[in-house]
Write a protein that binds this ligand. Structure first.
Ligand code: ADP
Length: 535
């Protein structure tokens, strides 16, 4: 009985244990199921996320491709636009240059022609700036170094700026540094562009006071020169928080109604200075003025030492090697106005000029005419300039003829392609007539005949006005101004003295000449000697 009871207890205990185990198994199964479910959910979520991520990646890739293609389209658009805009500008600037040279033009018309030329060049600069920006974005902006006369370039830039400053009633000072080498090797066009941009800004953003171009040169060896260029103004200045932004393309700080310009100049200048191995820096105090400075190092051309600047004289004809035979120029261009400009410019100088409108006519006419030189537009219908030049080079009869490519395309590729097609030189459009003459002179070995009447070094008429020194009380205020280099009040005081009495005119002129050269020492010396004579 007892055994039965204990067996029953065991069976009961077993059943309880079994039930417990069963419960545990159920719980575990439930937990496992829950785990599996959670796992499945996680898996699904990961897959979903991965899909979403890959979709995003795809979208990003697509957006990147679209942006790149938009950028390419923009660059292409800008290049095409530039070509389209340059073509009519060739007509405007070409004839303005021809008119400017015409002796029959009345003096009142000269001013009008100058306005056309200036406005045309301004437009051309804007187009060039837009193109440069496209080139910066495509990382295609590069330098094209040449040999050039450094003092000549700086004087030229100073002359242009002096006129602008005068128009605005502010002073401009440039003192040529001692020991400036004559010949250097570098990208003259780009150096001019950077300096003119800084100087134009300085004049543009200055209402009172002065703009100073300072160039310090240091020649660590005979082979190189380091130029420290700075442009200082006493203008409106730039707020500290805007100093970084002014180098960003299209950025203009609109403090006043200065709307001229596109906000591209500094962005391009900074890039160009970097390409030249320097860095464009700025210090500015709002209300007091700004200083922009950069340093470039250029190779020196020792053979140029002592060589003077070229004197600008008007060419009125030429003497060739074969003085008695005509020099024949064939102009191939599909645009009649482009042909007309070249013809109207070259005929009066004594060249024989013929015209054709496409490459195949050019070949035919060249065979009959046997020209000395062909000015060949590169893009023409029927047969373009490249093909025409290749065929000319294959013809034995036309072998000696010089072929000069002309193009409004600003891409280096067209220049290179013209070289590959064996063109002798390249003339960019809008045509600069001086450059055309340079090319003709070089390739045809011409000796130019200059208009001696209009040489720039015409003797100055002698000044017969009396030299009368103003009284001490008028001279005294000049001295501290000269000692501190306060150029604007100095000019004002000189003018005041001049207006007191016409007899002080010569003395005032002498002071003004020193002030123009910013030679404060000479000015002080002159003042001192006259003040001493008074006392
Ligand atoms: P833009 O002169 O065509 O506006 P820039 O790129 O040359 O374009 O100059 C960008 C901006 O920097 C100008 O709009 C002007 O606000 C500021 N800036 C440049 N130079 C000067 C200066 N000398 N004085 C004051 N502000 C200047």
């Amino acid at each position: 009985m007892q055994i039965l009871a204990s067996q029953a207890a065991i069976a009961l205990e077993n059943a309880r244990l079994y039930q417990e185990m069963q419960r545990e198994i159920d719980t575990r199964t439930l937990a496992e199921r829950a785990l599996q479910k959670a796992h499945d959910e996680l898996d699904a979520r990961v897959r979903q996320r991965t899909r979403a991520l890959s979709d995003t990646n795809q979208l990003l890739q697509q957006a990147k491709e679209e942006a790149e293609s938009a950028n390419r389209a923009k660059s292409e658009f800008l290049a095409n636009m530039s070509h389209e805009l340059r073509t009519p500008l060739n007509g405007i600037l070409g004839y303005a240059q021809i008119l400017k040279r015409d002796q029959r033009l009345l003096s009142e018309h000269h001013a009008g022609v100058d306005v056309i030329l200036r406005s045309g060049h301004h437009l051309l600069n804007l187009i060039d700036d837009l193109l440069d920006l496209a080139k910066i974005e495509a990382q295609k902006l590069d330098l094209q170094p040449v040999d050039f006369h450094l003092p000549d370039l700086l004087r030229d830039i100073a002359d242009i700026t002096r006129l602008r400053a005068q128009d605005k009633g502010i002073a401009f000072v440039y003192v040529e540094p001692a020991g400036l080498p004559a010949g250097v090797h570098g990208d003259e066009k780009r150096l001019r562009e950077v300096l003119l941009n800084l100087l134009n800004n300085a004049v543009k953003y200055t209402q009172h006071g002065q703009v100073v171009l300072r160039v310090a040169c240091d020649q660590p060896s005979t082979a190189r020169v380091d130029l420290d260029c700075s442009v200082e103004d006493t203008g409106m200045g730039i707020a500290p928080e805007q100093l970084e932004e002014i180098f960003v393309p299209f950025h203009q700080v609109r403090v006043q109604q200065h709307t001229e310009g596109a906000g591209l100049g500094l962005a391009i200048s900074q890039r160009l200075v970097h390409l030249m191995g320097g860095d464009l820096q700025v210090d500015s105090t709002p209300g007091q003025g700004s200083v922009f400075r950069f340093r470039v190092s250029l190779p020196v051309l020792p053979a140029w030492q002592g060589r003077g600047a070229d004197i600008e004289r008007s060419i009125i004809g030429f003497q060739g090697r074969q003085r008695h035979t005509n020099i024949k120029i064939l102009v191939a261009d599909d645009k009649p106005e482009n042909r007309m400009i070249v013809r109207d410019f070259l005929l009066p100088l004594g060249f024989e000029v013929e015209e054709v409108a496409n490459g195949s006519d050019c070949l035919q006419r060249a065979a009959e005419l046997q020209p000395d030189l062909i000015l060949m537009d590169l893009v023409m219908p029927l047969m373009d300039g490249f093909e025409a030049t290749r065929q000319i080079r294959r013809s034995r009869q036309l072998q000696p003829v010089k072929v000069i490519a002309m193009s409004a395309s600003v891409f280096e590729q067209s220049r290179q392609a013209s070289r590959q097609a064996s063109c002798d030189d390249f003339l960019p459009k809008p045509i600069q007539l001086d450059m055309l003459l340079d090319i003709l002179g070089t390739h045809l070995h011409l000796e130019w005949v200059y208009d001696t009447g209009s040489a720039t070094e015409a003797p100055q008429p002698t000044d017969n006005r009396p030299w009368t020194v103003p009284p001490m009380q008028e001279l005294a205020p000049l001295m501290p101004l000269a000692q501190k280099g306060h150029i604007m009040p100095l000019y004002e005081q000189i003018e005041r003295i001049e207006q007191l009495d016409a007899r002080y005119g010569r003395f005032a002129d002498a002071l003004r000449r020193h002030a123009d050269a910013f030679d404060m020492k000479a000015l002080c010396d002159t003042l001192r000697s006259h003040m001493e004579s008074h006392s």
